[in-house]
Design a binder for this molecule. Structure first.
Ligand code: PLP
Length: 450
């Protein structure tokens, strides 16, 4: 592996596996970035409409979605005890309110992947059904997707995906419910329970002893060789991105329902766990359409795999890998274990992310265990990354500079901070206890470079 010449101070810290807080020097006003984006509000609306069309089918196939009439959505939960614990630990007061967005409770996969991956499977199924004439129009009642006839039709097609685990669960669960054959290429991080879960649903699981980027490469090549196979490509997929945007845009209604104001005097800060970048980017895009400049979005990554951070800082996007910095070892945050970001989303978000930060494994463990102890909420390791966000923003020089630049100082008492909880409800009890146990002796790192 060719070693990268380190060209900035922050990259030096990144290379040393220190926790950093990064402010995006290319950040621009929402109006400017949204006008230049290749996707518009109409694309978000089309994705929303498609989720709505499929809702009757989803209710039938997954009875646990009946409560929300087949829509895959989650609530927000205030976390006052965790806020206090974090404020004490970081020795930093957090004015304003602090919530977790509960995408850990999303039905079907128990992770944020229920938005992107499931959306792509639904769109592909709809396209096939329309092309074949099996579905006459998008006006039909989509309960027909649960019929024998549709199932038999889809059983001639294969869906393939490369994953650290959760993308595979989502594609596997929805793909099999529709009748598709599904093949999942798992990277070295993938947990045993995820493989078992998929095999129980007659999904073909191919285990790789290599990282995510390699698992995707293998999956893509295998799928390409089979004309009846469709590859869900986390590295390039527009559909995954568009599925996620819906989750961001729906926050407009959700926060209004909760009586939470977002405007010039009431800023919203959102902290998003980031793997390849599809979910944080899609959510950010939807949030920007909903709240414009009043929302500030930060991505959060493991120090071992800061792929978005290095992609944006070097402006090399997917042309730079964590391995070139001597990083890339296994991280506890398995859902974020992606050494190389996606060019599609990294370029798209180049001016939209306010910034990002990294966490050591030790911090992930401490956050997980203390969240459980303070709030009785279990999130999987990747999903706790957002919890450190407000404190990194407030107790770093870079964060303070951002607050000053955007004249946010006197608005902080009316601000809302949301850590996006991206997964966890499907983790089996045994694995939960192990994670909670592991974090007992872990100390949250409270020193951040910059
Ligand atoms: C996949 C995943 C993420 C990150 O999403 P990306 O699209 O890979 O950036 C965050 N948390 C969990 C639990 C995930 O499974």
């Amino acid at each position: 592996m060719e070693k990268r010449v380190v060209t900035s101070k922050i990259l030096e810290q990144v290379k040393n596996e220190e926790e950093v807080f990064w402010i995006n020097p290319r950040f621009k006003k929402t109006e400017e970035t949204l006008n230049q984006a290749p996707y518009t509000y109409t694309d978000i609306q089309e994705a929303e409409d498609r989720f709505q069309r499929f809702a009757p089918f989803i209710q039938l196939a997954f009875p646990e979605t009946k409560e929300r009439e087949g829509l895959l959505e989650s609530e927000i939960t205030a976390i006052p005890s965790m806020k206090k614990w974090l404020a004490d630990t970081y020795q930093t007061d957090l004015p304003g309110d602090f919530y977790i967005k509960r995408d850990d409770l999303l039905p079907i996969s128990g992770t944020i992947k229920s938005r992107g991956a499931i959306y792509e499977v639904l769109k592909y199924a709809e396209t096939l059904a329309l092309e074949s004439g099996l579905l006459k129009s998008t006006e039909e009642n989509y309960e027909v997707f649960a019929s024998e006839k549709f199932n038999l039709f889809f059983s001639k097609y294969n869906l393939t995906v490369g994953t650290t685990g959760n993308l595979g669960i989502s594609v596997g669960a929805m793909g099999r419910a529709l009748g598709f054959q599904v093949t999942v290429h798992m990277s070295e991080e993938a947990k045993a329970w995820k493989k078992n879960y998929l095999r129980e649903r007659e999904v073909e699981v191919i285990e790789h002893t290599t990282n995510f980027s390699k698992a995707v490469e293998e999956g893509r090549a295998a799928s390409k060789a089979d004309p009846k196979s469709y590859f869900i490509d986390d590295e390039h997929s527009e559909e995954l991105f568009l599925g996620y945007t819906v989750g961001g845009y729906r926050m407009k209604e959700l926060l209004a329902q909760e009586g939470i104001q977002v405007d010039a005097d009431h800023p919203l800060f959102v902290y998003l766990p980031c793997g390849i970048g599809g979910s944080p980017s899609g959510i950010t895009f939807g949030l920007k359409h909903a709240f414009g400049d009043h929302v500030h979005c930060f991505f959060a990554e493991p120090t071992k795999m800061p792929s978005m951070l290095i992609g944006l800082e070097t402006q090399q996007f997917d042309q730079v890998s964590a391995e070139e910095f001597g990083l890339g070892n296994l991280t506890i945050a398995d859902g974020l274990a992606v050494p190389r970001t996606s060019a599609l989303v990294a370029k798209l978000m180049n001016h939209d992310f306010s910034g990002g930060y990294t966490l050591k494994d030790e911090s992930f463990k401490a956050l997980l265990t203390n969240l459980y102890q303070q709030e009785n909420i279990f999130l999987e390791p990747a999903a706790v990354a957002g919890l450190a966000g407000p404190f990194k923003l407030l107790n770093t020089k870079a964060g303070q500079a951002y607050i000053q630049k955007h004249e946010l100082e006197d608005k902080l008492p009316h601000a809302t901070h949301i850590a996006w909880g991206t997964g966890g409800s499907m983790v089996p009890d045994k694995d939960r206890y192990d994670f909670i146990e592991q974090g007992q002796d872990s100390r949250l790192k409270t020193k951040t470079a910059f």
